[in-house]
Design a binder for this molecule. Structure first.
Ligand code: C2E
Ligand code: MG
Ligand code: MG
Ligand code: MG
Length: 281
């Protein structure tokens, strides 16, 4: 009996595996079509400077509207694209589009608005990365210091020496570097003193319960103190409530992003949002 059940279990796993594999294959094919047909769109989420209340930047976030599947979350297709290498053409499209938009935004008389772009590990580690950034800045006419590249801890830890050199080269261009999802990797803190970065973005998992859980609060306060002493800017992600915002302002945090201020939105909506903000300042 046990044997039979064992075989059934095995069969069940195999079916499950087959389904997962075929789902991946079909998603990969769909992704290929998306690249060719440009089914992607960029959304933009405002980043707020607390003390002035101004929008000082936006983060570009990719959206995929598949003709039959509907909306596919980047959390679902970016990791797959990273595995298949499709992340490269996708990233090129994101960078080109984001820089073009940034150039346009900064010509509207709404003040300085930086464009934060997520960089995937494969993209960062490719030999031509620096040159591709240089090219996209030239083609768009965007000032380098209006572009901020968001990298995760993992990317920077993989081959620290090489990563540091690559970051220095980017900084030399004038581009800003932010460490995304700070606190979720398993890296040592000592790298922080070696990496030429401008900003850390505290992951939203620490913010969810920051008002009620003294352990989250302790971590956030510790990071803020450390960052100040290391001369790094801090942006807090995932601020959803007035209470979270009030608490974080009290902790002298300066930069914020989250649903409390604005959700990611298409360009037209962003333009109205920015104009509206301008009228209220
Ligand atoms: P991320 O870079 O950490 O982006 C922040 C994510 O948090 C976004 O999810 C955003 O919509 C969400 N978010 C912002 N504020 C709040 C909030 O207050 N509450 C909650 N619950 N969520 C909030 P999204 O757009 O689904 O993107 C997920 C991840 O996919 C991104 O995380 C990033 O790692 C990746 N991604 C998105 N666009 C790109 C891209 O163009 N290139 C690459 N390589 N990765 C991308
Ligand atoms: Mg990001
Ligand atoms: Mg993040
Ligand atoms: Mg994140």
């Amino acid at each position: 009996k046990a044997k039979r059940r064992g075989r059934n279990t095995c069969q069940w796993y195999t079916d499950d595996l087959n389904r997962k594999v075929s789902e991946r294959v079909s998603l990969r094919n769909a992704l290929q079509q998306a690249i060719e047909q440009e089914e992607f769109e960029l959304y933009f989420q405002p980043q707020i400077h607390g003390p002035s209340g101004r929008v000082i930047g936006v983060e570009a976030l990719i959206r995929w509207q598949h003709p039959e599947r509907g909306f596919v979350s980047p959390g679902d297709f970016i990791p797959l694209a990273e595995d298949t290498g499709q992340i490269i053409p996708i990233s090129d499209w994101v960078l080109t589009t984001a820089c073009r938009v940034a150039k346009q935004l900064n010509g509207l008389g709404l003040g300085r608005i930086t464009m934060a772009v997520n960089v995937s590990p494969m993209q960062f580690q490719r030999p031509g990365f620096l040159a591709s950034i240089q090219l996209v800045l030239e083609e768009s006419g965007l000032a380098a210091d209006l572009l901020e590249l968001e990298l995760t801890e993992g990317v920077l830890m993989d081959s620290a020496e090489q990563a540091i050199q690559a970051l220095q080269d980017l900084r030399q261009l004038g581009v800003h570097i932010a460490m995304d999802d700070f606190g979720t990797g398993f890296s040592s803190l000592s790298y922080l003193k070696h990496l030429p970065i401008n900003k850390i973005k505290i992951d939203r998992s620490f913010i969810n319960d920051v008002v009620s859980d003294h352990r989250d609060a302790a971590i956030v306060e510790g990071v803020l103190t450390m960052a100040a002493k290391l001369d790094l800017d801090v942006l807090v992600e995932g601020v959803e409530t007035a209470a979270q915002y009030a608490y974080l302002r009290q902790q002298l945090c300066d930069y914020f992003q989250g649903f409390y201020f604005a959700r990611p939105m298409p360009l037209e909506a962003l333009l109205s949002f920015l104009c509206e903000q301008q009228r209220h300042l």
